[in-house]
Each structure stands twice: as structure tokens, then as C-alpha cells.
Design a protein around this ligand. Structure first.
Ligand SMILES: [Fe+2]
Length: 138
């Protein structure tokens, strides 16, 4: 494998990520009533584990799980990708598949000001789902 094929591999992968664009809108389905989720919503809505407030410039662990009850990862039905955006900037995309046991991602974020964090997740059968939360920064 030459240098050129190494450089092209991530691009080719991104082109096969269904429903994802590096520049498209940060949209997705949200629960009709967050206090009373349907069974489909319980399996698909991203659940964010965030601090009540972050300290400016200090890294913190950020965890997102797809589904209150984690979505299954069977070959015929699974989560294909999870994306994290800070404000309008995409900062993380994970390609998932049936070899990933649970649709859970963890990363360290550093924020400098209060901002909205958006997590989107794409199910191969049920489309793209979204959760957006404001993270206060002190
Ligand atoms: Fe699904």
C-alpha cells in the first residue's frame, strides 16, 4: 500500500457513510416529548453524559450513548455512525458497525465558552437522531 492509498482511505470511507456530510446541516429526529419517550425514541435518542458546567480550557470527559436502552448492533440493524459537534463545528465522527458491541463513544473536550454540543447518531433502518445540550463554561 503506497502513500497515496493511505491518504485516500479516509476519504473513501467518508463517502460510504450513509446520511453524513462534512458540511450538511446538523439535523436529525428528536423526541416529540423528552419526558415520555416512545420505544423507538428510547433506542435511538443520543444520551449525553456531561458535567453541569465545564471549566474554561480544562479538558473533561464526554460520553454519548445511543439510546436510553442502548441500540442493538446486529448486522441487519445497527448504528452506523455517531457525530459530535461543538457549536457548528464537527469535532468527532465515529464509524460503527456490528463488530462494535455498544453504540457508546467517549472523548475529551475542551471548551472556552458556553456552547451547544450536538450529538447525532445514524441507524441503518431508522435514520438520523439528534440531541443538543448547552454546556455552561465558567
Ligand atoms: Fe434502529
Amino acid at each position: 500500500m503506497g502513500l497515496a492509498s493511505l491518504a485516500l482511505a479516509p476519504i473513501a470511507r467518508a463517502q460510504t457513510r450513509p446520511g453524513w456530510s462534512p458540511t450538511g446541516p446538523l439535523d436529525g429526529r428528536e423526541p416529540a416529548n423528552p419526558e415520555d419517550l416512545s420505544p423507538e425514541e428510547r433506542r435511538h435518542v443520543p444520551v449525553l453524559m456531561l458535567p453541569r458546567a465545564a471549566r474554561a480550557g480544562r479538558p473533561f470527559d464526554f460520553v454519548a450513548q445511543v439510546g436510553v436502552d442502548p441500540h442493538g448492533m446486529a448486522p441487519a440493524h445497527h448504528i452506523e455512525w455517531v457525530e459530535v459537534a461543538v457549536g457548528d463545528e464537527r469535532v468527532f465522527v465515529a464509524d460503527l458497525g456490528p463488530r462494535v458491541a455498544y453504540p457508546i463513544v467517549r472523548l475529551s473536550l475542551v471548551l472556552t465558552e458556553t456552547v451547544d454540543v450536538t450529538v447525532r447518531a445514524h441507524c441503518n433502518l431508522h435514520g438520523t437522531w439528534r440531541t443538543r445540550r448547552t454546556v455552561p463554561v465558567r
